[in-house]
Design a protein around this ligand. Structure first.
Ligand code: UDP
Ligand code: MG
Length: 245
């Protein structure tokens, strides 16, 4: 039985993905558990898919799934990977390992116990920020938090960081949450936490380490500034319309 599935969304990650995959298999192999690696090519235009395929054929001893999404969007890539995961516990991590894979040891105890979800946060006092995001990204992060507090998470306890790309789930929670996900882009994280709250899942925020790699970012932050507010309002409307039941 597969104990842990690791999902990596990847848009144009031919440069960053190989080292990441090597680090992950090195760590997980040392845990002596059965695991699977789910590499999700998100409509990349570089050699990402070629790398994934060559990695999979060179490592027949590891459970590697290579998936592709027809269109771009981190949310779609994560959803595709999550819904194909068969592990008892499922992690998704960004391809740049801004939160190092070793931090899985901090999340795992929670999902092994009572929690359905354990997600990394960069915003608690115990979080360790080795390299901060650039100022404009931090300001946008703060703006998002303010908007979320009156639009989405109106009641405390509010999430301290919805956007950290390092989150772990029990398998049943994966089904419940990601089968209801409607957003393909960056606001999917907010939608998933919203659905989790609606269904009274046990969700734990866990302070993690973060070493930012924004100079190689694949996120079009300016475009998201324009589209995100409507996506957030959309979450409320979809809830009223019964999408998340
Ligand atoms: N990503 C994706 N589709 C996109 C944008 C990003 O699958 O349209 C993936 C990307 O390959 C990485 C993760 O989402 O695995 C986070 O992206 P990035 O590190 O560029 O985001 P940032 O750290 O700048 O927020
Ligand atoms: Mg990153």
């Amino acid at each position: 039985m597969v104990e842990i599935s690791i999902v990596i969304p990847a848009y144009n990650e031919a440069n960053r993905l190989p080292a990441t995959v090597e680090r992950i298999i090195q760590l997980i192999s040392s845990m002596n558990i059965e695991y699977e690696l789910i590499l999700v090519n998100n409509a990349s235009k570089d050699g990402t898919l070629e790398y994934m395929n060559s990695f999979a054929s060179a490592h027949k001893n590891i459970n590697v799934k290579v998936l592709s999404t027809p269109t771009k969007g981190k949310g779609l890539a994560v959803k595709t990977g999550m819904l194909s995961a068969v592990g008892k516990y499922v992690l998704f991590t960004d391809a740049d390992l801004s939160t190092p894979i070793e931090e899985i040891e901090k999340l795992l105890p929670f999902v092994k116990e009572d929690y359905d979800v354990a997600y990394g946060t960069r915003a608690m006092k115990e979080s360790v920020i080795v390299t901060p995001q650039p100022l404009h990204r931090r300001l946008l992060g703060t703006a998002l938090k303010v908007i979320l507090s009156f639009l989405i998470f109106t009641l405390p306890p509010r999430p301290t960081d919805t956007q950290c790309g390092f989150k772990m789930y029990k398998r049943d929670a994966v089904r419940l949450l990601f089968s209801r996900q409607t957003l393909d882009g960056g606001m999917f994280d907010v939608e998933i936490i919203y659905i989790g709250r609606k269904h009274h899942l046990m969700m734990k925020e866990v302070p993690v380490l973060w070493a930012d790699d924004s100079k190689n970012s694949k996120v079009n932050i300016w475009k998201s500034m324009i589209t995100n507010p409507a996506k957030l309002v959309g979450i409320r409307l979809k809830d009223i319309l019964g999408y998340y039941r």
